[in-house]
Ligand binder design. Structure first.
Ligand SMILES: Cc1cc2nc3c(=O)[nH]c(=O)nc-3n(C[C@H](O)[C@H](O)[C@H](O)COP(=O)(O)O)c2cc1C
Length: 422
């Protein structure tokens, strides 16, 4: 028989201790976000559909992106036991310097479109957390302003080679003069990928008002307030404006760039030189032979070629072939600190996050980016403790198995002759 009593009012009062209400709405919103997906949900509520979809979307059927995210979900960790993990060291050495955490912020174009603080929020948060920040050629904050925001931290510059090569080379010189320590040369964008969400939204730079944009703006007044009361949204380093993103990219990018350009750019750059958008083992080997400092395995967050290789699947093959010759950085699909731990275990020296950063930015400006870094950092630390490793260097392939939903069929070997074109 359970013993019963009359409810005691003081006990009831004790149960009714409510969490102290935080009058600061942004802080409340951000502290309630426990994952990057939570930040994404807040971002979606607060950002006009066209800007959110520009960030969240990918090319064509978005298979490159979906598969890359899924690849990280399909991971099995193999924890050790009875190791002392009271202290975990997440510091990582990358490209001649250190990073307090094993990830940095990836380069993203048009960043002030997502939220008006843009790159200033990203560079400031990266500097405060002791991780590298990457500025895109298509950035909306100048090289010098990024440096001023993150004067003692690590700044990396991402280069697109444009038809007017002098413009690109001028940017390389400015980045060097401002003390950026690494140049990342993006090689997966000879033309723009087909971002169908943008086409369907009639998205253009600068944004144009249509009846549906205005309707969509009504529940998002703060974004519009920020947009209209801060300096005009424009490229900091390019003069092109007007048109869809695809039109802009296609007008600006030079589709003829090749290995000669790579050699030329490299000769201009005094710091570390990495190539972003490597998608085969053969290209990784070729670049390692050329002696570049690093390669970034990336399918550009699925925004360029659809049905592209999944970087996380490519990673162990590349690590096996060139892991001792060149530093390997990985991006695309990272939404959780555990994804980063899995990548490090399978041979990545470092990782970059694109959308995770932008979801944080859209959810709460600088504080939102701080929160994103905190969420990923907590997840990395907890995962490392549960796997029972106490430093990044200890992570190795024995800690992870990649499970596969899509298996590659054996490639048939044959040759076929086709009649020559008349
Ligand atoms: C909105 C947006 C803009 C981007 N702009 C650029 C860019 O200007 N240059 C570049 O090399 N990569 C760009 N990227 C790709 C990122 O650098 C990175 O490769 C990608 O976001 C990684 O995938 P994730 O978003 O799943 O983390 C962009 C990505 C997004 C989401």
């Amino acid at each position: 028989m359970v013993k019963r009593q009359v409810p005691n009012p003081t006990e009831i009062l004790e149960l009714m201790k409510f969490k102290k209400f935080d009058p600061n709405g942004k802080r409340r919103r951000l502290s309630g976000a426990l994952t990057v997906d939570d930040l994404r949900r807040i971002a979606k509520r607060r950002t006009p559909a066209a800007a959110f979809d520009y960030t969240d979307g990918a090319a064509e059927g978005e298979f490159s992106m979906t598969r890359s995210v899924q690849a990280f979900e399909d991971v099995e960790f193999h924890p050790a036991i009875l190791n002392d993990v009271s202290h975990v060291d997440m510091t990582t050495q990358i490209l001649g310097g250190s990073s307090a955490l094993p990830f940095g912020i990836a380069p993203t174009g048009f960043t002030r479109l997502m939220q008006t603080e843009g790159e200033i929020a990203g560079a400031g948060a990266a500097g405060a957390a002791g991780i590298p920040f990457s500025l895109s050629t298509l950035g909306t904050t100048s090289i010098e302003d990024v440096k001023a925001t993150n004067p003692h931290g690590r700044n990396w510059f991402q280069l697109y080679v444009m038809r007017q090569k002098e413009i690109s080379y001028g940017l390389v010189e400015r980045a060097a003069a401002s003390g950026f320590d690494t140049l990342m040369f993006t090689v997966d964008t000879p033309v723009a990928g087909a971002r169908l969400r943008d086409a369907r939204n009639g998205f253009s730079i600068p944004p144009q008002l249509s009846p549906s944009t205005i309707l969509n703006a009504i529940p998002r007044p703060w974004w519009w307030w920020d947009f209209l009361t801060t300096p005009k949204l424009e490229f900091a380093s390019l003069s092109e404006t007007g048109g869809t993103v695809g039109e802009l990219l296609n007008a600006a990018m030079d589709p003829s760039i090749d290995y000669d350009d790579l050699a030329e750019i490299r000769a201009l750059w005094p710091g570390k030189f990495v190539v972003k958008g490597v998608q085969t083992v053969e290209d990784a080997k070729k670049l390692a032979d050329l002696g570049v400092d690093g390669i970034i395995l990336s399918n550009h967050g699925g925004r360029q070629l659809d049905r592209a290789p999944v970087p996380f699947h490519l990673l162990p093959h590349v690590a096996r072939e060139v892991g001792n010759d060149v530093e390997i950085i990985l991006d695309t699909g990272i939404r959780n600190g555990a994804d980063i731990v899995a990548a490090l275990a399978l041979g990545a020296d470092f990782t970059l996050v694109g959308r995770a950063y932008l979801y944080g930015l859209m959810a709460g400006g600088r504080e939102g980016v701080d929160r994103m870094i905190e969420i990923l950092s907590d997840q990395i630390e907890r995962t490392m403790k549960l796997i029972q490793v106490s430093s990044v260097a200890e992570l190795n392939p024995s800690h992870v198995t990649q499970l596969s939903r899509l298996e590659r069929l054996p490639a048939p070997e044959f040759t076929r002759s086709r009649p020559a074109q008349a």
